[in-house]
Write a protein that binds this ligand. Structure first.
Ligand code: MEV
Length: 361
């Protein structure tokens, strides 16, 4: 898959449980090195399940590709508009399969940015992430765009801000399960995330803990997902990707919306057997279903973090797992692991040295 390879890096692969999304139960494959994330997502899903679980949906898989045109003539916009169908047809010669599935290049938008003309090619990539298809199409039509505009072609590349390919999820957490104080704490914390960028970034990081973990498990380009998510969050000044509010009964509602360019077909997934297994466990049939699930996981992860922060703080759970890891690193085996971890947590002395001391003494 890559160059100069000398090995592979392994990360833990776990399954989050309790997820009900649009009335269907899912086991969620997550690949992540951070303790507590999978447990937290599972717990948030369990609490949401009491009120029906998550409702999620995704837009069609429309990606944008950009062609930069320098020194375009004054008639450039008009000439591109007149040749739109010709350009779309030319782009669609790049993928017969996509056209057969009803996808392919669908539209063209033109902008002037910083004295340059930028052509956006909008492509429905269906069940693929789409970068290869879009980039191939852009390179195919560029010479014709050059002729039409009388300019010079610069960059031809997909945009990772796929603002036409959004996924959304929503859930309700009953007051009876959370308690009024915790709900208030969550809403107070959320109000901080709305206005304080130092908190907003951390708030969104917690969301991406869940989304990236599913992305890694299922073989997605998680850098593209990260870039898109933060670009979307920053479109009107950097904001949280989720929103929370109370209904008339005092139950807490949460909602997430973000761009998600994911695929269930394509080269990098085909050549990655673990990703194939993850997709099989998840049981998703389309890229839209996968992105809906990922939006629900992002919301669950965020809710779990806010709930923990509003309650006991996140260190308690973290430290329990951290203590186990240290016990293992010190050489503990089997039952010793729990015994040493528990003792360290109880005494508030969590370190590798102390784990070794307990093991050897
Ligand atoms: C840690 O990986 C993620 C959190 O910091 C997220 C948050 O603060 O909302 C717990």
């Amino acid at each position: 898959m890559v160059e100069n390879i000398v090995g592979t890096q392994e990360l833990p692969f776990g399954l989050a449980t309790n997820f009900r999304i649009n009335g269907k139960d899912y086991l969620i494959p997550m690949v992540i090195e951070e303790p507590s994330v999978i447990a937290a997502a599972s717990h948030a899903a369990k609490l949401a399940r009491e009120a029906g679980g998550f409702w999620a949906e995704a837009d069609e898989s429309i990606m944008r590709g950009e062609i930069q045109v320098l020194d375009a003539g004054p008639e450039a916009e008009k000439r591109i508009t007149e040749a739109k169908e010709e350009l779309l047809e030319m782009a669609n010669t790049c993928s017969q399969t996509l056209s057969k599935l009803g996808g392919g290049a669908k539209d063209i938008e033109i902008k002037r940015v910083n004295g340059m003309l930028v052509l956006h090619l909008l492509v429905d990539v269906k069940d693929a992430m789409g970068a290869n298809t879009v980039n191939t199409m852009l390179e195919k039509i560029s010479p014709r765009v050059q002729e039409l505009t009388g300019g010079r072609i610069g960059f031809r590349i997909i945009s990772n801000l796929c603002d036409l390919r959004l996924a959304r999820a929503r859930a309700r957490w009953p007051k009876a399960l959370l308690g009024e104080d915790v709900i208030q704490g969550i809403l107070d914390g959320y109000r901080l995330a709305e206005k304080d960028i130092y908190r907003t970034v951390t708030h969104n990081k917690g969301i991406m803990n869940g989304i990236d973990a599913v992305a890694l498990a299922t073989g997605q380009d998680w850098r593209a997902i990260e870039a898109g998510a933060h670009g979307w969050a920053a479109r009107n000044g950097y904001k949280p990707l989720t929103r929370y509010w109370l209904d008339e009964k005092g139950d807490l509602w949460g909602e997430i919306e973000l761009p998600l360019a994911v695929g269930v077909v394509g080269g990098s997934i085909k050549s990655n057997p673990v990703a194939q297994i993850a997709l099989k466990i998840l049981g998703v049939k389309s890229a839209k279903e996968l992105s809906s699930v990922m939006a629900a996981v992002g919301l669950a992860q965020n809710f779990a973090a806010l709930r923990a922060l509003a309650k006991e703080g996140i260190q308690k759970g973290h430290m329990r797992l951290h203590a186990r890891n240290l016990a293992i690193a010190a050489g503990a085996k089997g039952e010793e692991i729990e015994r040493i971890a528990e003792r360290m947590v109880k005494e508030g002395k969590i370190s590798l040295e102390y784990a070794k001391e307990l093991l050897n003494g």
